[in-house]
Ligand binder design. Sequence first.
Ligand SMILES: [Zn+2]
Length: 425
Amino acid sequence: MFDPTNPPETPLKAIHVENDSEADYTDLGGIIHLSSVPQDNFTVSLFSTRWDIRSIYNEAKALNVHYFVEIDSMNYETIIQDTIDTQYLLNPRPPFLYAANIYYHLQKQDDIFTNLSSSFSSVTYPIIYNDNEALPANDWGGIFIVYPDNTTEIHYHNGYNPYIIMHELTHFYTFNRMNSLTFSGVASTMLDKAMDETFAEYWLGRDLVTNSPIRNYRGNSIAIDLLDIYNIHTSAVYNNLSLNLNEDFYSWYYCAMPIAAVWEDIRLSLWFYDFDIKLLGALTPIIANDQDLHKPRFFYNILMRTSTPNAQMIINKAYSDRGLHFTPKVVSAGISNPPEGRDKNMFRIGDPVHMKVINCPQNIPLTVYVVEDQDYTDGMYISALNAIICQVSGTSDNDGVWYSSTPVMAASDVEDYDILVDKNL
Ligand SMILES: [Zn+2]
């Protein structure tokens, strides 16, 4: 069993070591070959060529340690402690917590990123600050910050929790792949964070460490694979219960959990690794802020547009199974609100015709038209429709369903009709 109070030692690769006039980085095994025994200036620093971890109370430089133990005359070892005292007598500071843990998980997450995008291997991470006591005072405290001038930083409260370490790193990866753009600008609020968090959760899920070799992964407190949009909407844990359930709600911060779960479902049913590449392919062409970027529909549309009809059905079902409805389907029926499977599309003269709309965003106004059968073109206007036989308006319910309680028409002639639904968004 893993004992979080006594973690095993794990080598740190690519860590900076200086000794006498030599300076280099450790290899994959955390080893460096020096030409002389440790001298007075022997220093091990928590930075590599691509990342740099500091205490927010000592912003000027990466954490350095100078101690070592002699194993034999040819071998020396430096163990980075969990808590490193950076206090100065005249300038008290808190200890530097779990810095090696951050370093280790940064490497692990970076392996996933560079495997997905080889060009990412030359990207320099933002400086990572630990000991930020302004963040929630537990090991869940972490934040990826984008300043108005587009510089970035990552902060942690203590760097203990691998989940939170990796989560913040994934925000940076997404930001970088999206050409240093954010989903909704720097004034983002909880109401438009869903896509940012969805990508963070999704990339994190590519190699979730359930039993970290260094610090125990305590588990995401949110079991994302069980959640749908209704769980988020009705839970006082995830919102203050004053938000309306409609398509705007899909952009709420915590809706990232069901959306990330939808993506996991699609990944497992269709593409596996290639789905990761498909998502990257959706991010990299984004070169300007778009007012729709933060809307879950934006990425739904890209996925649908770049998929075969068979894959589109699976994608659509994965979203709607978790309560996210984007593409309404309208059907005719012989009675109002027929149970599933009782839809009816052939009528005798005089039969009442009811309409039912399913898979519609919740609680939105819509109009249903019945028109004489015709051909359609993309972007066509309602005004260009053939003779409109009838037109009925309504509002979808909490399940994204609407049906006409009275017949919308009675078949009076032998003819083909089409039914159209217009979402008045
Ligand atoms: Zn986040």
